[in-house]
Write a protein that binds this ligand. Structure first.
Ligand code: SF4
Length: 399
C-alpha cells in the first residue's frame, strides 16, 4: 500500500472505500474548487453515510416509477439490435448509415459470474480496440453497456455507463439515452449539462484506452449525442452536443487530483472521518467530533451543491455561520467578486472598512447601488431566491 493510500485510509477509517463513478466525476466539474469533496472522494468515503449520521436530509432519489419509465424508454431505443437508433444517428451526425451491427456487452455477465464487471471491461476493451484498428469502410458498430476504466488520482475506476459507444470508420461517439424530454427539440439545459458532465468521463475513459494502446485518442469525438423522448411522448429524438468544454474541464480537474497529497498536508495528520460502527454496524462516533473533523477540510459551498453532494446542508449551515458570500448564490457571489464575507461587504458599504486596492471598484458600486439592490431584492422575493434576498436586504439596510 502506498503512503498516499495509507493516509487516505486513515481519513476514511475502517469502512471499505466507495469508488468514484460517473456521478462523482461529474460533481468534480460542478464544484472543482472544493477541497473537502476532493479529499472525501479521493479517500472513497461514503458521503451518504456521513450525511445520515449528521442527521442531514437525504438527497432526493428518483422514484420507482421514474426509474421504470427510464428503463422502458432505454429498452425502446435499443430494441431490435438498436434499430431505432440508426435513423437518429443518421440525422444527428449527418451520416449515411445503411446498417450498423449491435453488441450488448451486458449479455456477457451471468448470475454465476463472480466478476462480471472485470469480464465486461475486458470484452469492451477487445471490441473497442478491434473496431479502432479496423480500416475505413469496415462495419459500423453500436456497443451497448460498455464498461470503461478511467485513471482517477492514480487509481483505476470502473465506469458502468448506460451508454452506447458508436463506432464509424474507427471514430467513436458517446450516445447517452436519457428519459427527460426534449421539448421542441431542446432538452432541459440543466439536465443536459449534467448528462454532458457524465459523458465527459466516458469520453476521457475511451481516450485513455486508445492512448494506452498506441491509438490516437482524438478518435473519440467531442460530439456527444443525447437521446431523449420527444416532447411528452415515448418517441426518441437525438440532439448532438459539442462536449469539448466539459471534457476539458474534467480533464483539468483530474490533473488537479494529483494535489491530494498537498491537501492532506493541510489537515492534522490523524484526522479521520471514521464513523466507528459498533457491533450492530451503527455509527458510534460522536457527531461533534465528526463535525470538528470535517471542519479541518476547506469547503467551497455554493447553492449548486444541493444538486450533487450529500453534505450540502451541512456545508450550507457552515458557510452561513461563517457569513460567506458564496452561500448566497452564484449571482450574489459574482456581483461581489473579491469580497468573501457578508460582514466585509457591509463594512465596506458603510465605510467602516477601507477597501483594498482590488476592492475599490466593488466598494464604489456597493455605495452607489442601494436602489438597485432594493429592486433586485424584490425580484429575488418574486423568484423565491430567499438567500439572495437576505444579502441584498442586508446590504440595502447596512448603508
Ligand atoms: S456540499 Fe460541501 S463537500 Fe460537497 S461539494 Fe459542496 S462544499 Fe464541497
Amino acid at each position: 500500500m502506498s503512503s498516499l493510500d495509507a493516509r487516505l485510509g486513515v481519513l476514511r477509517g475502517n469502512a471499505p472505500p466507495t469508488p468514484h463513478n460517473a456521478r462523482t466525476l461529474a460533481a468534480l466539474n460542478a464544484n472543482p474548487s472544493c477541497d473537502r469533496r476532493t479529499l472525501i472522494d479521493a479517500a472513497g468515503i461514503d458521503k451518504a453515510a456521513l450525511a445520515a449520521h449528521l442527521g442531514l436530509p437525504q438527497q432526493l432519489t428518483r422514484s420507482r416509477l421514474a426509474l421504470d419509465y427510464g428503463l422502458a424508454f432505454e429498452r425502446k431505443v435499443t430494441a431490435q439490435g438498436g434499430a431505432p437508433l440508426v435513423p437518429l444517428l443518421r440525422q444527428a451526425l449527418g451520416l449515411t448509415l445503411s446498417e450498423v451491427s449491435y453488441d450488448d456487452i451486458n449479455s456477457v455477465g451471468s448470475a454465476e459470474d463472480k466478476s462480471p464487471l472485470g469480464r465486461r471491461h475486458s470484452r469492451t476493451r477487445t471490441h473497442i480496440l478491434s473496431a479502432a484498428r479496423h480500416k475505413p469502410g469496415q462495419p459500423r458498430t453500436l456497443l451497448d453497456h460498455p464498461v470503461l476504466r478511467l485513471t482517477v488520482a492514480g487509481h483505476q475506476v470502473d465506469l458502468e455507463p448506460d451508454i452506447i459507444a458508436f463506432q464509424h470508420d474507427g471514430d467513436f461517439y458517446i450516445v447517452e439515452i436519457k428519459s427527460f424530454p426534449a421539448i421542441h427539440g431542446q432538452p432541459d439545459p440543466t439536465k443536459a449539462a449534467a448528462a454532458l458532465n457524465q459523458a465527459a468521463a466516458y469520453v476521457l475513459a475511451m481516450r485513455e484506452l486508445l492512448a494506452d494502446n498506441g491509438l490516437p485518442p482524438e478518435r473519440v469525438s467531442d460530439t456527444v449525442i443525447l437521446v431523449n423522448p420527444r416532447n411528452f411522448t415515448q418517441h426518441p429524438t437525438a440532439t448532438p452536443y459539442n462536449a469539448c468544454q466539459p471534457i476539458k474541464t474534467l480533464s483539468r480537474h483530474l490533473h488537479r487530483l494529483r494535489r491530494v497529497p498537498e491537501l492532506l498536508d493541510k489537515i492534522p495528520p490523524l484526522t479521520t472521518l471514521d464513523l466507528a460502527p459498533g457491533p450492530d454496524n451503527q455509527p458510534t462516533r460522536p457527531r461533534n467530533e465528526l463535525v470538528a473533523a470535517l471542519a479541518t477540510t476547506q469547503a467551497s459551498y455554493n447553492p449548486g451543491c444541493r444538486h450533487h453532494c450529500d453534505l450540502a446542508f451541512h456545508c450550507r449551515n457552515e458557510a452561513r455561520n461563517q457569513g460567506r458570500i458564496a452561500a448566497l448564490g452564484t449571482a450574489v457571489r459574482d456581483d461581489l467578486a473579491g469580497i468573501d464575507t457578508i460582514t466585509t461587504a457591509l463594512a465596506l458599504t458603510d465605510g467602516q472598512l477601507h477597501p483594498a486596492r482590488d476592492q475599490k471598484d466593488i466598494t464604489h458600486a456597493l455605495r452607489q447601488s442601494n436602489c438597485q439592490f432594493l429592486w433586485m431584492s424584490s425580484r429575488d422575493l418574486m423568484t423565491g431566491d430567499a438567500d439572495a434576498y437576505a444579502v441584498r436586504a442586508l446590504m440595502a439596510g447596512g448603508s
